[in-house]
Design a protein around this ligand. Sequence first.
Ligand code: NAP
Ligand code: ZN
Length: 337
Amino acid sequence: MQTKTLTTYQAYVAKTENAKLEPFSYEPKPLSLWDVEVEITHCGICHSDLHLIQNDWKNASYPLVPGHEIVGNVVAKGDAISHLKIGDRVGIGWQRSACLQCEWCLGGDETQCKQNRATCVGDFGGFASHIRVDGRFAFKLPKNLASENAAPLLCGGATVFSPIFHHVKATKRVGVVGIGGLGHLAIQFAKAFGAHVTAFSTSINKEKESKDLGADDFCLLKDLKSHEASIDFLMTTASENLDFALFLNLLRPYGELCLLGAPAAGEIKLPIFPLLIGKKVVRGSCIGSRGEIEKMLSFAAEHNIKAKIEIFPMSDVNSALDKLKKNQIHYRAVLKN
Ligand code: NAP
Ligand code: ZN
């Protein structure tokens, strides 16, 4: 161990399902050879944090310290960590560790590792003063990304970048459903990849903002008929369940429906014939591998892609969550210590 470590972390905790968050302190597990201890400066609030607090996915355990869009500075590290030094500014996303030895880890997609561990499921997350994670899941941030704009990239940015990186070409017509934390980043990344981008939203007041972010076209969810057969790659990022059959109609032949949103009543019902006859594809995607996160961060830095944020003091976490629940955040709440 190269530095003195802290013995107590301050955090905000939901003690039971749906509880308001309250101050909490805990003793971290001992710093292992591969761990880093990070003093947190900022943490984005992803809708997944809200799903966890509400136990929408029935997998949350309490006490729960949410938070998985973390930016902070390395203040201690295990002896095996050589790619980071004390004082480095790093980001941490949804995944805090993996075995790094299975076929998926060795193949470059640690998200599929059977031993993958989430930052704030079963462990305490980033609504806190500090966190300790496997240092191989802490990413050094490019200098020209400000910490508050970078935090939401660690989960939201990675989640939309991964499918865009693999499936979007400049010739494609991309649709983004749900212009929230993920959606407003998806518009920017897809545009930077050269695609023609259409934003699909429930809110008319997001038309101008979507276009300012780079969308070429905008459609209200109640007017989907006007955009039938217009999209090659459609990413759904809504936090609530959608009638996915309607969205299948938006696709051109060979079009792909890419599911990213993870609503509580997660269910998808689709008619078979449009899929067969239009040779359409339905896929899902989750977060990003370490390699994708590294690529996403440098791509964002190079193309000036930033999360649009509302900053709240960490102590005001409940106000930020209330606003997120009402779909009133433009476009990501970021907690600041
Ligand atoms: P967010 O900031 O709250 O944005 C969600 C957007 O969904 C809202 O801004 C809204 O967009 C739309 N929406 C809300 N209620 C709706 C309704 N009743 N019908 C249609 N659209 C509605 O959430 P986020 O942080 O971007 O996360 C979005 C979803 O992705 C969540 O379910 C989250 O858990 C999930 N997620 C998945 C992954 C993954 O790995 N796959 C990673 C991160 C997050 P408009 O106002 O434009 O309509
Ligand atoms: Zn997230």
